[in-house]
Design a protein around this ligand. Structure first.
Ligand code: BV8
Ligand code: ZN
Length: 260
């Protein structure tokens, strides 16, 4: 039964949190929205306005116009470096102090969960902070500091690999690329073991990540969705909390653990 409710947190959810042995927090771009990081559903701006992220976030997109794609990722990396974790990231890190086991599985390529204090975060789609050579896959290290990207961005030629001269590419999983096998295995195992799964800020479209909530539900977990919009997950969730994660998650942790 799905009860669509406002920000008031149902007592049964508080009880489920108190009784949970293993909580899985599954996040998408929406958890970073209140840090000023645009989601994939937000329209692109500036130089990339007329592109669909799903075209830019591909190996072909990079082959066709590596400076356009590298410029987009450097602009996003700059935004992340300048951003700060928001109350949702901090509440998720705090939650880990109050339950026996908590696993964070994220689709995001930013490091805001880690900067808020979450540990052992499973990044299904890689990270903006781990570029590598497109030809020989050797890791590349960015020079220190924040790239100075003008608002709206610009084309930027990627650096070259010092080993083979190949182009450096972002350390993310592009559409049409496989997810890191071991990370995905760990995420699926956590989904099957958890007894309470939070799906926070995800439209639940991108596969195979989008399978995680239903895997958890099939294994008997209760699902909570936190999202200001409706998503296909509404029909699978035990509770669907309508609103921004930056407000809902701190309230939830306070009501469940800090006030009781
Ligand atoms: C794969 C890294 C096997 C890059 C990402 C045809 C050819 C090839 C593959 C496919 C194909 N058709 C389908 C596929 C599979 C494809 C796929 O799922 N496509 C979709 C579009 C249907 N998947 C893949 O390609 C995956 N690989 O399948 O490999 C294979 C191999 C070869 C050939 C075939 C198959 C790889 C998928 C990974 C792609 N990389 N990221 C980068 O970041 O640039 S995915 C990227 O998009 C993000 O990382 C993120 O995961 C995803 C967007 O999803 P969300 O996180 O949910 O974000 P979104 O913007 O959609 O939603 C935000 C939500 O937040 C909204 O609901 C909004 O309401 C909410 N929100 C907003 N504000 C708040 C909020 N919520 C709470 N609080 C707020 N304040
Ligand atoms: Zn190389």
């Amino acid at each position: 039964m799905t009860s669509l409710i406002s920000i008031t947190i149902p007592q049964e959810l508080i009880t489920a949190l108190h009784e949970a042995k293993h909580v899985l927090v599954f996040t998408g771009a929406g958890v970073s929205a209140e840090s000023g990081i645009s989601t994939f559903r937000d329209p692109l701006t500036g130089l990339w306005e007329r592109f669909d992220p799903e075209d830019l976030a591909t190996a072909n997109g990079f082959r066709q116009d590596k400076a356009l794609v590298w410029g987009w990722y450097e602009w996003r990396r700059m935004k992340v470096l300048k951003a700060r974790p928001n109350p949702a990231h901090r509440a998720i890190a705090e939650l880990a102090q109050h339950v026996p086991r908590l696993t964070v599985v994220t689709q995001n390529v930013d490091d805001l969960h880690e900067r808020a204090g979450s540990t052992d975060v499973l990044h299904l789609h890689g990270s903006l902070h781990s570029p590598r050579c497109f030809a020989c896959a050797r890791p590349f290290s960015f020079p220190p500091g924040i790239p100075d990207e003008p608002e709206g961005g610009r084309r930027l030629c990627p650096p070259q690999c010092s080993h083979c001269g190949g182009d450096i590419r972002p350390g993310v999983v592009w559409f049409g690329e496989n997810l890191p096998e071991d990370t995905l295995k760990q995420a699926f195992a956590a989904a099957r073991e958890c007894d309470l799964l939070f799906a926070i800020g995800t439209s639940g479209i991108v596969q195979p990540a989008a399978r995680i909530p239903s895997l958890a539900k099939k294994a008997g977990a209760k699902l909570v969705q936190v999202n200001p919009q409706g998503t296909p997950l509404d029909y699978e969730c035990t509770w669907s909390l309508r609103g921004g994660a930056g407000k809902i998650m701190p309230s939830l942790v306070q009501m469940a653990f800090l006030w009781s």
